[in-house]
Design a protein around this ligand. Structure first.
Ligand code: TXA
Ligand code: MG
Length: 316
């Protein structure tokens, strides 16, 4: 379609578009998603087309009620249940063996499916009013920074979709943490809005396997992802600032710009606040007239780990 997407808060309009097989952008607490009926392969196909996303990259299925897990997955292990009891609705995606209800295009041909219940009033209301769950990747062109406001979505996909459900700026600002229950031992496949420490409080020690990969089992974990168009370098700031002294450098810092131009993610060094500001700040710096972005490495704890993961991939 052509034209400009409407931005609004009308969940009934969103529902009727989704029932007709169209894609609608939806707010969540993590990032905005580009949603379609997860049980309709043609509707899901248009998500891939709009995002220019490769078919080997599976989608997360969003639900409004925990009973839907039993329809989408053939088993729901105790440990996975414990985790969802603690963190749903919220920024947690679980990977389980999929049922026949999940079309191959959603799981990219894998035998598993990613499921999550997002923590956002408007979207929960929408999900609970629908007769089907919603497949939704982040609502950005493949490989670019994820959107955390309705305007971010409009800027990049506004001429390709009809409606953007506006739920305000995203509260968490980083995608969900993905935990796989494919084998006996749970594995964190993507660091995200729930910290590793919080997961381990429930499950005990877990493996983290988010390494660089071009494997279809963790394609969102491609080493080059979440990227700005402008060159971004990631690491300790001080030596980099000296090294690039001749250039018009923009600094993305946790709390101290070292006298440079740029953006501070959290004056009080609160890593949750830094996560909330991260993607919008990366976009602003990408659109400003810097030659180069220097992003500071965060402390390796709490959401700092997930922020570092995104910045490292953006720098690749
Ligand atoms: O917070 C989020 O998770 C956001 C919001 C919209 O819910 N969604 C999101 O979707 O980040 P997306 O498509 O950008 O990332 C989905 C990633 C895939 O790239 C892949 O790494 C992983 O989820 N994934 C999905 N299904 C999987 C499966 N069956 N096995 C392994 N990984 C899977
Ligand atoms: Mg994404």
């Amino acid at each position: 379609m052509s034209g400009t997407a409407l931005i609004g808060t009308d969940t009934e309009k969103a529902a009727s578009l989704l029932r007709s097989g169209a894609c609608v952008a939806i707010p969540t607490e993590t990032v905005y998603g580009l949603a379609a009926n997860a049980c309709d392969p043609a509707a899901v196909g248009s998500i891939f087309e709009i995002k220019n996303r490769p078919f080997f990259d599976p989608l997360i299925v969003h639900i409004g009620c925990v009973d839907q897990v039993a329809q989408l997955a053939v088993s729901f292990p105790e440990k996975a249940k414990k985790l969802t009891e603690k963190f749903w609705p919220g920024p947690l995606t679980i990977i389980l063996p999929k049922s026949e209800l999940v079309p191959d295009i959603v799981s990219a041909g894998l035998f598993t499916v990613g499921i999550r219940m997002p923590d956002h009033d408007l979207t929960l209301k929408l999900l609970q009013s629908l007769e089907f769950p919603l497949a939704a990747p982040s609502a950005n062109p493949f490989g670019y920074v994820s959107p955390t406001t309705a305007q971010h979505v409009a800027d990049q996909l506004g001429n390709k979709i009809e409606y953007i459900l506006d739920g305000g700026p995203c509260r968490v600002g980083l995608e969900s943490t993905i935990v796989s229950f494919e084998s006996e031992y749970p594995v964190i496949l993507r660091l995200g809005g729930i910290s590793m420490e919080e997961i381990e409080e429930v499950l005990g020690k877990v493996l983290v396997s988010t390494g660089d990969s071009s494997q279809p089992t963790a394609p969102g974990m491609l080493s080059s992802h979440y990227a700005t168009r402008k060159k971004l370098l990631f690491g300790q700031l001080d030596d980099r600032i000296t090294q690039y002294a001749g250039l018009n450098v923009g600094v993305l810092a946790l709390s101290d710009l070292r006298g440079q131009n740029g953006i501070i993610l959290s004056k009080k060094r609160d890593l949750n606040e830094a996560a909330q500001n991260l993607f919008a700040s990366m976009r602003m710096m990408d659109n400003a007239d810097y030659d180069l972005i220097l992003a500071e490495e965060m402390p390796d704890s709490g959401l700092g780990r997930a922020i570092n993961d995104r910045l490292r991939r953006a720098a690749h």
